[in-house]
Ligand binder design. Structure first.
Ligand SMILES: Nc1ncnc2c1ncn2[C@@H]1O[C@H](COP(=O)(O)OP(=O)(O)OP(=O)(O)O)[C@@H](O)[C@H]1O
Ligand SMILES: [Mg+2]
Length: 320
């Protein structure tokens, strides 16, 4: 029998017997959104390496003290319970929520890796592009998935550059206030339930949601390095001192206002400049090479600051 199918234009057309049936032409039935879909990957596991050791970081003394105090609180939890009955006010033994805030390139991400290494755990780094969804309810579901993944892998949960997710306006992809509140509430509930280490980092601390703020146990402010730290940062980022001819104290003075991240770039660029000869025996980094790179970094920063100020003035003008 020929197959008969109905179309919008003609009530009936005949197809040869071996033709695909009308069923084949239909889209497969759609699964209802949010139903039985497997939890998506909303981040990735990072295994910290020996080079991430906390001792290798050059940090301000108060930052170091705060970090070590946070780690120690986890290590001596049993004694804290015995002496202070801490569980009566803070029942979750492994809970520790840290906020690292401060300018770019000051070692916030590196410190998170160092903490994970010290704890012997991987880092579950949340990927915001996978978390934030334009579909109602999906962002909250993804937030839950991030916490579930960290639990499953016994990982430190890491919200790096968390401004977009943790700010007063949680959902950048969704416009309606219902979903924004839903996401914010979900994040707060998950933070309350999570009995592990969570690290959030930001350059824009002032945007944080106040409800989130009170859930964070330690706020640690990262600052740009002072002169003696910059000196150490140059030494750290030029790992073969035999091939370096430079005065680190001079470099530290010249690089005032620059971050550890800037110094990393300066050193790598100077190493590249000093490795141009075909004969590797002649490769070396000189004071002049480093000074040129410092100058470039300072010029780029100055230009960026000028442009940012201009943009801020423009925005100010529009708002008024
Ligand atoms: N305090 C520091 N001690 C040692 N190295 C540092 C320090 N700060 C920065 N660096 C160097 O700069 C690189 C970048 O640092 P990192 O990514 O941790 O900065 P960040 O504070 O997370 O910056 P951003 O806010 O832009 O994410 C590090 O890999 C390291 O080489
Ligand atoms: Mg970072």
């Amino acid at each position: 029998m020929p197959t008969r199918i109905l179309t919008r234009h003609s009530p009936e057309i005949e197809l040869p017997p071996d033709a695909a049936t009308a069923d084949d032409h239909r889209n497969p039935p759609r699964r209802k959104r949010n139903e039985e879909e497997p939890a998506p990957d909303v981040g990735h596991l990072v295994q910290p390496e020996p080079r991430h050791e906390l001792d290798k970081l050059i940090l301000h003394a108060e930052v170091k003290t705060d970090i070590l105090a946070g780690l120690r609180a986890l290590e001596i939890r049993a004694d804290l319970d015995r002496i202070w009955n801490l569980s009566s006010i803070q029942p979750q033994e492994g809970k520790c929520i840290l906020n690292f805030y401060g300018p770019p390139g000051t070692g916030k991400t590196r410190t998170a890796l160092g903490i994970a290494l010290r704890l012997g755990k991987p880092l579950y780094q949340v990927d915001y592009s996978a978390v934030i969804s334009k579909y109602l309810g999906d962002t909250a579901k993804h937030i839950k998935a991030a916490f579930a993944a960290a639990r499953e892998h016994d990982a430190v949960l890491f919200f790096d550059e968390a401004d977009s997710l943790l700010s007063k306006r949680v959902a950048t992809g969704e416009s309606c206030s219902t979903s924004i509140n839903q996401n914010r509430n979900c994040l707060m509930q998950e933070l309350d339930r999570f009995d592990g280490v969570v690290i959030v980092t930001t350059n824009l601390f002032e945007n944080y949601d106040p409800a989130l703020l009170r859930r964070i146990q330690r706020h640690i402010k990262f600052r740009n390095p002072d002169a003696s730290m910059r000196r150490e940062l140059f030494a750290l980022h030029l790992p073969n001192p035999d091939r370096v001819q430079a005065d680190y104290a001079d470099l530290a003075a010249l690089s005032r206002g620059l971050s550890g991240g800037d110094i990393l770039n300066i050193c790598v660029n100077a190493i590249h400049a000093g490795s141009a000869d075909a004969d590797t025996a002649k490769w070396q980094v000189t004071q002049g090479m480093l000074e040129r790179e410092i100058e470039k970094a300072r010029a780029a920063r100055k230009e960026h600051e000028g442009k940012s100020a201009k943009a801020r003035r423009r925005i100010g003008f529009c708002v008024k």
